[in-house]
Write a protein that binds this ligand. Structure first.
Ligand SMILES: [Zn+2]
Length: 583
């Protein structure tokens, strides 16, 4: 219990958000709190934002924190990295002021400059400790000529610049874009959609409306309902942009402003739309039990991000395929890219998928030069696991059911009926219900173990098999990756088990010569060498030149292709057509 949770009366909270120094990346917040009847009030800022599993320490951007009552200063004591205690004895109201610096371009951090203000609410609004259930009202005063606000929060009295949140979980889940963004809308699956484009770009609005509608309809059909009345896509277009963050009734997408005109760039954007929008069900509503109600002070651990993120990553490209926007061959190519990425990551044989999820906070979101050897992304492997399970269910039911049925069942059973998240065992039971078999062995091998995936078994159900184009090749390699800056070849990663690993080439070594011949390009430095050759690698390590003897080993990296089997049976064709919605 905290002192503020002892408060008797309801607090009324009103924020004023202004941008007097937007050009210097600041947003100014005033928080008016009325209805106080307590000696002390602790105000807190979340340390992380849901959907992005890293403690970001948002409070580090807060400055000039003061409190006053009728113009008279009220004492403030900092009591935790993200907490301020206000001496409210004898007061019924207090005005708190602070500024937040925001100059990090990402979908989960504030960014403010003269052209727009993007507010990630968890990093912007402080809340009364223990009172996440309280509603609040936010009035926004734009900078200079800014004239629009885009957010899923409801406006008050039709004033677009005044919005309200019924509680803090919803406020923290509702990003706000303020500026001169290009806004367009459309209706899909009975919901009003709004797209707010910041940063310009060569997008075709009519084409986007048409294709986004198809994606939304495909996804709504999986879950059987679209629970929002209104949904907002906030899109940040940059020279090179990417990434996305899901929310309950909105999402923030990063895109490249010139990327819409190429086929691959456009499909990539649609896949991002499909991914973040799919999350409005998977993770925002159908969720692992640890992900809500949230602890905004600490890490929230779950072993299920391979479902929340991995399955969403599986569905993103698949939905674009099913909407008939991506040809089968090109979809299969994307799948093989994921399979290759996974199998070329030595960490996939070290870290089980459930642990990749659990340790997202310290590993996935904090990668270092050795991450490739110690871990596997729950996006990459989770998406492959989603594919295996989908194929398993479609095959077992002769095309009657698929992973879609599991998702819809789990959504109805846990989000709608039980109104809580699912446990590991409950999701497994949901999968088993539709696969019609016990998945103990599957979980032992692929979720809690590190067995190599038997692709051919599962793709075989759909009459496909995998070909590794590098199988049997006898090319030598050091087994490192490099950064090549102006002809200086520096080692970026050393892959576990390779020649570089065994013979002691290190990350950050600069490779200057091989067998006395100067090295300026890692692509050609082994020209003329063979597997088992003993070579001398001259390096500079920490400023000191040295030579390291290395025995070259065979390159064991894979490059996959999915091919149709020569004779496809009717059952295999049924599975294939259902899986890829081939019409
Ligand atoms: Zn995601």
């Amino acid at each position: 219990m905290t002192e503020s949770s002892l408060a008797a009366g309801p607090l009324q909270i009103f924020y004023t958000v202004s941008f007097p120094e937007a050009q210097a990346h600041y947003v100014d917040i005033e928080m008016d709190i009325k209805g106080l009847a307590q000696n002390q009030l602790t105000l807190k800022m979340p340390v992380w934002t849901p959907g992005s599993y890293l403690v970001r320490e948002y409070a580090k951007n807060v400055e000039s924190f003061t409190a006053e009552h009728n113009g008279k200063a009220v004492n403030v004591t900092k009591t935790r990295k993200n907490a301020w205690q206000i001496a409210t004895q004898g007061l019924t109201s207090v005005k708190v002021k602070y500024r937040v610096y925001g100059n990090e371009i990402s979908v989960r951090t504030n960014f403010i400059d003269a052209s727009h203000g993007f507010l990630s609410p968890a990093g912007t609004f402080i809340y009364p400790d223990g009172r996440l259930n309280l509603p609040s009202t936010i009035h926004i005063k734009p900078y200079k000529n800014w004239d629009k606000v885009s957010t899923s929060l409801a406006s008050v009295n039709n004033d677009a610049f005044t919005v309200t949140a019924p509680n803090y979980d919803i406020l923290f889940d509702s990003p706000i874009e303020v500026g001169n963004q290009d806004i367009f809308g459309f209706d899909a699956a009975g919901v009003k959609y709004e797209v707010a484009m910041y940063g310009g770009g060569n997008y075709d609005k009519d084409r986007l409306k048409k294709d986004m509608t198809k994606i939304i309809e495909e996804e709504t059909a999986i879950f059987g309902e679209n629970p929002n009345k209104r949904y907002v896509f906030i899109v940040h277009n940059y020279q090179r942009g990417g990434g996305g963050l899901e929310h309950l009734s909105s999402t923030v997408l990063g895109a490249s402003r010139d990327g819409y005109a190429t086929e691959s760039g456009y499909l990539g954007f649609l896949s991002l739309v499909a991914h973040e929008h799919f999350h409005l069900w998977n993770v925002k509503r159908l969720r692992p039990i640890a992900l809500g109600p949230f602890d905004y002070d600490n890490e929230n651990y779950t072993t299920n991000l391979w479902i929340a993120e991995g399955f969403t990553a599986y569905y993103d490209n698949l939905i674009v395929r099913r909407a008939q926007l991506n040809p089968v061959e090109s979809y299969l190519k994307e799948l093989t890219a994921d399979m290759g990425t996974m199998d070329n990551t030595p960490g996939t044989r070290v870290q089980p998928l459930s642990q990749s999820s659990y340790d997202a906070w310290i590993k996935g979101y904090r990668p270092d030069e050795n991450s490739i050897n110690t871990g596997i992304s729950y996006y990459t492997k989770g998406s492959i696991i989603g594919m295996l399970l989908d194929l398993e269910i479609i095959n077992d039911t002769k095309g009657a059911k698929s992973l879609d049925d599991v998702m819809r069942y789990m959504y109805n059973e846990y989000y709608k009926t039980k109104k809580r998240g699912y446990t590991d065992a409950e999701f497994k039971a949901g999968l088993e219900k539709f696969a019609g078999k016990n998945l103990d062995d599957f979980y032992k091998k692929y979720i809690n173990g590190v067995d190599p995936v038997n692709y051919d078994q599962y793709l075989g159900y759909a009459g496909y098999h995998v070909v590794n184009d590098l199988e049997g090749s006898n090319n030598p390699t050091l087994g490192a990756t490099y950064v090549n800056a102006a002809g200086h070849v520096r080692v970026a990663t050393v892959l576990r088990g390779t020649a570089a690993w065994k013979d002691g080439i290190n990350v950050y070594d600069e490779i200057t010569a091989i067998d006395g011949a100067e090295v300026h390009d890692p692509k050609t430095m082994l020209d003329g060498k063979k597997v088992a050759d003993k070579i001398s690698v001259s390096i500079i390590r920490d400023g000191l030149p040295m030579t390291i003897p290395v025995t070259l080993l065979r390159n064991t990296q894979v490059r996959y292709r999915i091919e149709s089997l020569p004779n496809v049976t009717p059952q295999q064709m049924t599975v294939r057509n259902k899986w890829l919605k081939i019409q």
